[in-house]
Ligand binder design. Structure first.
Ligand code: AKB
Length: 318
């Protein structure tokens, strides 16, 4: 990976991955793209940036021809809660967009990364210590696009030799850019409301356990996977990765250690709760560990301490 084009760069993962890769590879070697431009955003001002709708294949190809990347990181997608509200468009963006990106990767011989998700599992998947290879019958449209995406990436690898790689990401917790439209977003929102209001109304039931990972571990995992020797990757599309698994009640308890007056109340949203109920409680990341050395540095308490410190530095709650 020497020269990277990123789609969906203004999203939660894209914005931080872009900043990291500009430092890691040199700013000239990263092209950030997104469907919109935010004039004052560091992703748009601190390096190469272009507007790209991934459904516009001609423009996508033109941008690749001009920039000549060797790697495509494809992050443009709808997340689970938004996808459930607009399933037709979710299919179009998540699958047609992926198809276009894979066709371009085939034509220009690009290494390819796309996030899959814990959403690729469903009700009849083993919920605890979910294995790498297991039943995948998701019930959400987002999950359906993620399983289809895994299969498409496998197809392009075995049939055309495209170097596709993917991670089944859990909920990602970060302090830079807010997530948008996911089921696990509560685990980020809770920090903002804890600091600014001392109270969080949680839309997920207090005892619903889901896998999560802090952004520094997420960036590390994406880069490590992209740099792993191809021959080591037996489960390319996609690897289970998780750093911690907790319930709203458990994260609230951890936040209370720093903010003793913090209160959490529950107003469960049935759409997002249904999605959460269909996902695993905790997934097994052993294949990622064994095949390319995945490891995560942050568990719940370390993540909470760092999040609160970083958000205070940003002036949240002051
Ligand atoms: C979501 O909640 O939709 C995402 C995910 C787990 O893929 N954060």
């Amino acid at each position: 990976m020497n020269r990277v084009l990123i789609t969906g760069s203004l999203g939660q993962i894209g914005s931080e991955l872009c900043t990291f890769l500009r430092q890691y590879l040199g700013s000239d070697n990263v092209l950030a793209t997104d469907i919109r431009k935010i004039e004052s955003h560091p992703v748009c001002t601190n390096g190469n940036f272009k507007i790209l709708d991934v459904l516009d294949g001609d423009n996508f190809e033109k941008i690749v021809e001009e920039f000549k990347p060797d790697t495509l990181i494809h992050l443009a997608a709808l997340l689970s809660a938004t996808a459930e509200k607009n399933p037709q468009f979710a299919w179009k963006l998540n699958i047609d967009g992926l198809f276009t990106a894979l066709e371009i990767s085939k034509k220009y011989n690009l290494k390819f990364f796309i996030p899959s998700s814990i959403a690729a599992f469903g009700d009849n998947t083993p919920k605890i210590d979910t294995p790498q290879d297991t039943i995948q019958r998701p019930s959400s449209m987002y999950g359906i696009t993620k399983v289809s995406g895994e299969l498409l990436c496998d197809y392009y690898h075995t049939k055309y030799g495209v170097d596709t790689r993917s991670l089944r990401l859990p909920g990602i917790i970060s302090y830079d850019t807010l997530p948008g439209g996911g089921t696990t977003d509560y685990a980020v929102e809770i920090f903002y409301d804890a600091l600014s209001k001392g109270l969080y109304k949680c839309y997920i039931d207090e005892n619903s356990s889901m896998d999560m990972m802090y952004m520094p571990d997420t960036i590390k995992a994406i880069v490590q996977l992209l740099e792993a020797p191809s021959e080591n990757l037996k489960h390319r599309n996609a690897y289970n990765v998780s750093a911690m698994s907790f319930t709203p009640k458990q994260i609230a308890q951890s936040i209370k250690k720093h903010l003793p007056n913090f209160e959490i109340v529950y107003e469960v949203d049935p759409i997002r709760q249904n999605i959460a109920n269909s996902w695993p409680d905790s997934i097994n990341s052993d294949c990622a560990k064994n095949e390319w050395g995945f490891s995560a540095d942050y568990k719940l308490d370390e993540m909470v301490e760092d999040m609160l410190a970083k958000l205070k530095e940003k002036g949240i709650g002051c």
